[in-house]
Design a protein around this ligand. Structure first.
Ligand code: GRF
Length: 236
């Protein structure tokens, strides 16, 4: 059976999403998988990578998503590469742009142009551990809870209003790989959830604040404890 989605009327009414990626594309794959559901409010229509041999290209192709390579090495300056990117994006007129492991710093000009429309996933509980090597730095810092965040993108590195976060425990004998794998698994559930919130209008930007129409938490009391607390111990 083909896993290429039919372009239904319903699909056209959904928010059009363009994904920017640089690597294996597992987060893009999770967004594509979520958008297969008829009632999902967004559809991944385009994907652009700056890396000619990025693994994600095969994922996009397999799902019939229009994909393009815009190799930054073929441009003299960051600005020239970004200008070409803007032209590609504007030709497609997406409602939202999802960064999924896009390893290029975006200029202020780019971010301003799409303010409130660009989402990013970062493998830490922001504002902790911005930048790279987040799992290693989380272990070094000795945090007991780590995780992932989806946020609107602003002009600062890994900055912007946080839309949703997932927390995972840091286990006693974790190494960077095992912790990273646990976070990645959470990312694959978190990103589709966050995109759904934005695309359906349940989360929106009001000035510099995030407004959430349904702020239910998925764990009791909204708190995840690690190490775990014996059931009922602190409940009065
Ligand atoms: C993810 O960990 C994401 O949080 C970070 O880059 C990684 C991309 O992985 N921004 P993938 O390409 O989506 O598998």
């Amino acid at each position: 059976m083909s896993d290429i989605r039919p372009e239904t009327k319903q699909a056209q009414a959904r928010k059009k999403v363009l994904v920017l990626f640089s690597g294996r594309g597992s987060n893009m794959a999770s967004l594509i998988a979520a958008s297969m559901a008829a009632d999902y409010p967004a559809i991944i229509t385009h994907a652009i990578t700056n890396v000619p041999d990025a693994g994600g290209l095969e994922i996009a192709e397999r799902h019939g998503i229009s994909s393009k390579v815009l190799d930054h090495k073929e441009f003299d300056t960051r600005e020239a590469h970004e200008q070409a990117l803007v032209e590609l994006i504007n030709a497609e007129k997406p409602d939202l742009i999802c960064l999924a492991g896009y390893m290029r710093i975006l200029t202020d000009k780019f971010v301003k142009q799409y303010r409130g429309k660009i989402l990013n996933i970062h493998p830490s509980l922001l504002p902790a551990f911005k930048g790279v090597d987040t799992h290693h730095r989380a272990r070094l810092a000795g945090v007991r809870i780590h995780g992932a965040s989806v946020h609107f993108v602003d002009e600062t590195l890994d900055g912007g209003q946080i839309i949703a976060q997932a927390a995972v425990p840091v286990e006693q004998n974790d190494d960077d790989e095992s912790l990273g794998a646990r976070v990645l698994e959470a990312e694959h559930r978190l990103y589709p959830h966050a995109l759904e919130l934005v695309a359906s209008g349940k989360v929106r930007l009001s000035g510099s604040r995030i407004v959430v129409s349904n702020s239910n938490k998925s764990t009791m009391g909204g708190t995840l404890f690690s190490p775990s607390i014996e059931a009922k111990k602190y409940i009065r």
